[in-house]
Each structure stands twice: as C-alpha cells, then as structure tokens.
Design a protein around this ligand. Structure first.
Ligand SMILES: Cc1cc2nc3c(=O)[nH]c(=O)nc-3n(C[C@H](O)[C@H](O)[C@H](O)COP(=O)(O)OP(=O)(O)OC[C@H]3O[C@@H](n4cnc5c(N)ncnc54)[C@H](O)[C@@H]3O)c2cc1C
Length: 466
C-alpha cells in the first residue's frame, strides 16, 4: 500500500479515527486463539456511518484492501489482517433505539453483545443470542459470521434475529433498512446477503434486532447419559415432555474434567462421574413452571432409562455455575494445549453415528489422540476437537492433524452435514469450501464481483479472491 494513500486516508479523517501506534494495533493483529499473527499499516476507528462511507470510497478508488473488525473473537482467522487496513467498529457502539412495542432494538455494529442483552433486559425484554465470547463479541461481527451459540434451539441463529441492517458498500454507498418491519416484500431480502458474508461484501454499521418476552422462570439441570445416542433420545424426550427446551448442550467427561481443573472454585456437579453429561435449560412464561417441568420430565426420563443421574440447579448462582462449566470448556481446552478444531453440524438424527465414526477414525489415525467433542447437540452442532492426551501441544500438532481433519470432513459429508456450523469459513476453511462446494463458491464469487469489483473487502477471507 502506498504511503500516499495512507497519508490521504489520515488527512481525510478526524485524528481520533485512526492510529499507527504499534501498542494500539497489537490486539487487532492477533486472533483470540493465538493461531494467527498478522500485520497492518493502519488502524481506522470511524465513529459514524458517514466516516465508514468516506473510508471505503477512498479505499475503493485506490485499491486498498480493508479488513472490518468488531470484537476480534472470530475463530477462523477472518479477523486477522495480513497487510490490509483494519477498520474497527469499536467506537460505533451506541444503542440507537429500543421499540418495546415492536419488540426491536437498533444498535451500532460495535455494540458488545452483553451490552445489547443488558439494554433489552432494562426494558423487560430478551435478546436471546448467547455465547462464550459475549463480553467481547460485537453485533457487526456476530452478524457477519451468522453466530449461533447456546439458544439456537429455541430462538434461531443470528440470521433469524436480524430485522434490518445498515451496511456500507465498497464504493461508499449506504444501504439502510432499520425500520424494524417483520413484513416487507419489496424484492430481494438484501440484508441476508451480508449476514454470514464475513465482511466480503461491505461493512455493517448498524442493525435492528428482534427482541422477545423474558421467560418468567428458567430451570437448568445437568444430567448423566451413557452416550451421544442416549443424549439424542433424551433431547427428544425433553422436547416432547416440556415443549420449552431453550438449550441442550453435550459435555464429555474430559471436557468437564478440564473445566473443573481450570476454573477457580469449580466442582463436578454429579458424584457419579459419568462418561457424558448434558446441560439442559428450560424456560417458561409462568413463574416456577420451568422447575416443575424439569423435575417431572427428568423423573420420566429416569423411568425410561434415559438418564442415570441428574442435578437441578436450585438457585440462580447454581445455574450460573453449571453454565460456567459448559462455557469454560474452550478456555480449559486451550490451557491444555492446541487442538485441531472442527465446528461441524449434521442432522440431529445422524449425530450418534457421526460421533462414533469420527472418534474411531481420529483414534486410528493419531496416537495419543484425545477427543474433546462438546457443544450444541440440540441443534446438531458439535465442536469435535482433537487434542493430545499429553498436555502442551502446539501448532506442529495441529498441522500434523491435517489427515484427521480431512477424514472428519469426509464423514460430515457422508452424514449430510456442514464443515462450518457456526464459526464461518474465514481463512481456515476457504480451501475446503472451494473443494467441497464448487458450484456454490462460483455463485458467491459472482455476487462479490458485482458488489466489490475491485475486491477490496476482506479479499483473503472465505472466497480467496487474491
Ligand atoms: C470463548 C469463545 C466462545 C465462542 N462461542 C461461540 C458460539 O457458541 N457460537 C458462535 O457462533 N461463535 C462462537 N465464538 C466465535 C465468535 O465469538 C463469533 O464468531 C463472533 O460472531 C465473532 O464476533 P466478533 O465481534 O468478535 O467479530 P470479529 O472476530 O471481529 O470478526 C469476525 C468476521 O466478521 C468480519 N466483520 C467483523 N465486523 C464486521 C462488520 N461490522 N461488517 C462486516 N464484516 C465484519 C470480520 O472481518 C471477520 O471476518 C466463540 C468465540 C470464543 C472466543
């Protein structure tokens, strides 16, 4: 990138809207996992949509590649620059409006998920997206990766939670639909193009999100199951018996052991030390109803032999403890060593066969393999991670896992699944995507060519336009 272009960009912006300070740039050029280290000549920090528009039109004219960044918690390398200018949304974090009667909230792309959840709560509403990185991940990044999390089972992915978007196109034009309408049949639903586009088509600057009624009661339990197959049977039972399952998360013994060892003050919820557990959350609009539903559904699950042990959280603090165990697994796994991670989905009915075959395959290909498979089994999404039993593995181990990854993705294909359930494609899976979905990638490239003919938006991400 020429010095002339950088100088022109800086001159056109408020001094608060850019930085070349290496200390300020540092957290923006490394990913959360520490897997990708990048570099950027300039950090741009616009505070308005107009500033974003000015930046993009200048970059478009001069062919400067731009990497939009929100909370930088992405797990597929899509938010780490390799020479692009970083356009951070962190200063655009306002909650612009809440319309309680319309069940909608409009905020800027840099609003942190936790603050959006809090703003909804302040008006007695619920914004249901919930995930481990919610204290850092921002709405722009969550929309750009079509984030999932633990409540997809009841409320859907981010795609289902967006009513409208404001987005800046690479040439600086602004598309804005923040009306909060639930019905609008005026042609193509353009917002859907930007959801899950990982910053390849433009910059999302604001969004109108769906709000929901807050449940009057919530119950959380951890139950012991023999196997993923029994977990799927239990899921069916809980859905039929209660009609109110909000989350259903699978945890292997090794995942809980790691979380308990890693989290200060954490302890095992069950004395029986089972091979598998599930965390179940039920919600109800009636006071205390979720607890009574949970008790009676678990009782009938015991009678049917679907559960061998269970603990029902008695207080809000205990619910938070149970959730901390589940949410603590990624951090605990990271502390154990680097793992080859596979965020994959298959139809729920195929999950047991997939898990069995993938475990056998990974163990046959790799000595010392430690399978840490956990996550959102209620919506067919498992984080099938392959680590080493011996702690302290590094990047060399992850590289050595390439044949395992290939075999796991072949099994995903065999079972009609997806190689990226919720984390996106980024740079991590772009080659796999091109290999496994060539027709779809060709259509995506054609769309990109139309909206971003100079390929300035995240050119290395998802489609690898370079
Ligand atoms: C501990 C932990 C737990 C997690 N759990 C989950 C989980 O349960 N479910 C889940 O889905 N994900 C999960 N993630 C992954 C991550 O939090 C999500 O991918 C999240 O959506 C990323 O948001 P972000 O604000 O950090 O985006 P970033 O990492 O900054 O960006 C992600 C991508 O979006 C692009 N982008 C960012 N902002 C914009 C914008 N305004 N306009 C256009 N493009 C943009 C970036 O260029 C990049 O390609 C987890 C991550 C961690 C660290």
């Amino acid at each position: 990138m020429s010095t002339k272009t950088l100088t022109a960009l800086k001159a056109a912006l408020d001094p608060k809207a850019w930085s070349e300070d290496p200390d300020e740039l540092a957290p923006h050029v490394r990913d959360w996992r520490g897997r990708y280290q990048g570099a950027s000549p300039l950090l741009l920090k616009p505070s308005t949509t107009q500033e974003v528009s000015r930046i993009l039109s200048m970059c478009n004219e001069t062919g400067v590649a731009v990497l939009p960044q929100s909370g930088n918690t992405g797990l597929v390398g899509g938010s780490t620059p390799q020479g692009e200018v970083v356009l951070s949304l962190k200063r655009m974090n306002a909650i612009r409006a809440i319309d309680a009667d319309n069940d909608s909230l409009t905020c800027e792309a840099g609003a942190i998920l936790e603050s959006v959840q809090g703003a909804a709560k302040d008006v007695g509403k619920l914004f249901p997206l919930s995930l481990g990185a919610q204290g850092s991940a921002m709405i722009g990044g969550l929309i750009s990766t079509n984030a999932g999390g633990v409540h997809v089972l009841r409320y859907g992915m981010m795609r289902e939670l967006v009513l409208g978007l404001e987005a800046v196109l690479p040439d600086g034009r602004v598309l804005s639909d923040l009306s909060g309408l639930r019905k609008d049949n005026t042609g193509y639903d353009l917002k859907q193009l930007f959801i899950g586009a990982e910053g390849t088509l433009g910059v999302i600057t604001a969004a109108t999100l769906k709000l929901f009624a807050r449940p009057a009661s919530t119950a959380v339990a951890i139950a012991a199951v023999e196997s993923p197959a029994q977990a799927v049977d239990l899921l069916g039972h809980m859905k039929d018996a209660t009609g109110s399952v909000a989350a259903f998360e699978l945890m292997p013994k090794i995942g809980l052991d790691l979380a308990v060892n890693h989290l200060p003050g954490a302890r095992h919820p069950l004395d029986s030390d089972p091979a598998w557990t599930v965390l179940i959350e039920l919600v109800s609009p009636e006071i205390d109803r979720a607890q009574t539903l949970m008790e009676s559904a678990l009782e009938s699950a015991f009678e049917k032999g679907l559960v061998s042990d269970a603990a029902l959280a008695q207080t809000e603090a205990q619910m938070a403890e149970f959730w901390a165990l589940r949410e603590g697994i990624p951090e605990a796994e990271k502390a154990h060593g680097k793992a080859a991670k596979h965020d994959v989905s298959v139809p729920v009915s195929r999950m047991p066969a997939f898990m069995e075959e993938a475990t056998a395959k990974a163990e046959s290909l790799l000595d010392d393999a430690l399978i840490i498979a956990f996550g959102h089994v209620g919506d067919g999404n498992v984080h099938f991670n392959v680590a080493r039993k011996t702690p302290g593995s590094g990047d060399d181990f992850v590289a050595a896992c390439a044949p395992v990854t290939d075999a796991i993705y072949d099994l995903v294909d065999k079972h009609g699944g997806s190689i990226s359930a919720e984390h996106g494609v980024g740079v991590l899976k772009r080659a796999e995507l091109a290999r496994r979905k060539p027709a779809e990638v060709a259509v995506m490239r054609a769309i990109k060519q139309t909206l971003d003919p100079n390929a300035i938006m995240n050119p290395r991400v998802m489609l690898d336009i370079d």
